[in-house]
Design a protein around this ligand. Structure first.
Ligand code: 5RP
Length: 234
C-alpha cells in the first residue's frame, strides 16, 4: 500500500473523533488534504462543523469541499485540531513545517482543546531530528538571525547541523520560499535532537525567529495509517 493510501486511512480514522457542532482546526499538507476531502463528504451528508484552516491552501480546499469556515479574527473555542506531521516521537513531540505552514498550525494547535496527528507510518520515529527542522524567520536582516540560530544550535550540542534558506518552488517563480505570512524558512538538518524542548526554547528566544516546527507537548493522540489499518499512539 502506498504512503498516500496510509495517509487517507489515518485521516478517515481521525474523523471518528469528530462530532456534530464541533469547531475544528484543519491542518495542512497532503494528509490534511485527505482529511478535508473526507470531511467534505461528511458535511455534504449532514454533519455540521466549522473549520479553521491553518494555511491558504487548506482554506481553498475546505471552501471547495463546502466546509463552513471561521474567520481568523473571530474568537472561538477550538474543540479539536487534526493535522499531519513530518516526525512523531514516542512522547508525541513533533516536527512539522515540511509544507511551510507550521506558524499558523502551531497557533491553532496550541489554542485547541485537543490535537490529533494523522500520518503514514513512516512518520513514527524513535527520536526527532532526521527530518530537517523548519524555522520561520523574519525577512529583515535574516543573515543576522541565521547567525544567531547557528550560535543557539552550538549551545545545544548541534554545532555540525547544516542550515538552508528554503528555496521557492519553480511554480512560484523560484527565489526564496515565502510563507503565508510572508516570512522566510530556514531548514535545519540536525540528524538527531536529544532535547527538543530545550532547542525549541533557545531558538524561540532569538528576536528574528518567528516560530519553530517543534511541537512539544501539544498533541494528545497520533493515528498512523498502515497497510493493515491504523495504529495509535497516546
Ligand atoms: C505543513 C506540515 C505538514 O503537516 C507536514 O509537512 C506533513 O505533510 P504531509 O501530510 O504532506 O506528509 O507540517 O506545514
Amino acid at each position: 500500500m502506498s504512503a498516500d493510501a496510509q495517509k487517507r486511512r489515518a485521516a478517515a480514522a481521525a474523523l471518528d473523533h469528530v462530532s456534530n457542532g464541533m469547531t475544528l482546526g484543519i491542518g495542512s499538507g497532503s494528509t490534511a488534504k485527505h482529511l478535508v476531502d473526507l470531511l467534505g463528504e461528511k458535511v455534504r451528508a449532514g454533519l455540521t462543523v466549522r473549520g479553521i484552516p491553518t494555511s491558504e491552501e487548506t482554506r481553498r480546499l475546505a471552501t471547495e469541499a463546502g466546509i463552513e469556515l471561521v474567520e481568523p479574527d473571530e474568537m472561538t473555542r477550538i474543540d479539536l485540531v487534526i493535522d499531519g506531521a513530518d516526525e512523531v516521537d514516542p512522547d508525541l513531540n513533533l516536527i512539522k513545517g515540511g509544507g511551510g505552514a507550521h506558524l499558523r498550525e502551531k497557533i491553532i494547535a496550541a489554542a485547541g482543546a485537543r490535537m490529533i496527528v494523522i500520518a503514514d507510518k513512516s512518520k513514527k520515529v524513535a527520536q526527532l531530528g532526521k527530518f530537517p527542522l523548519p524555522v520561520e524567520i523574519e525577512r529583515f536582516s535574516w543573515p543576522l538571525t541565521v547567525q544567531a540560530i547557528r550560535k543557539a544550535l552550538a549551545a545545544n550540542g548541534l554545532k555540525s547541523a547544516s542550515l538552508k534558506l528554503r528555496p521557492g518552488s519553480r511554480e512560484a517563480g523560484g527565489g526564496v520560499y515565502l510563507t503565508d505570512s510572508n516570512n522566510y524558512i530556514v531548514d535545519i538538518q540536525c540528524t538527531r535532537i536529544d532535547d527538543a524542548a530545550a532547542l525549541d526554547a533557545s531558538l524561540r528566544a532569538i528576536p528574528g525567529v518567528i516560530e519553530t516546527g517543534l511541537f512539544i507537548g501539544i498533541a494528545s493522540l497520533a493515528i498512523f495509517g498502515t497497510d493493515r489499518g491504523v495504529e495509535t499512539l497516546g
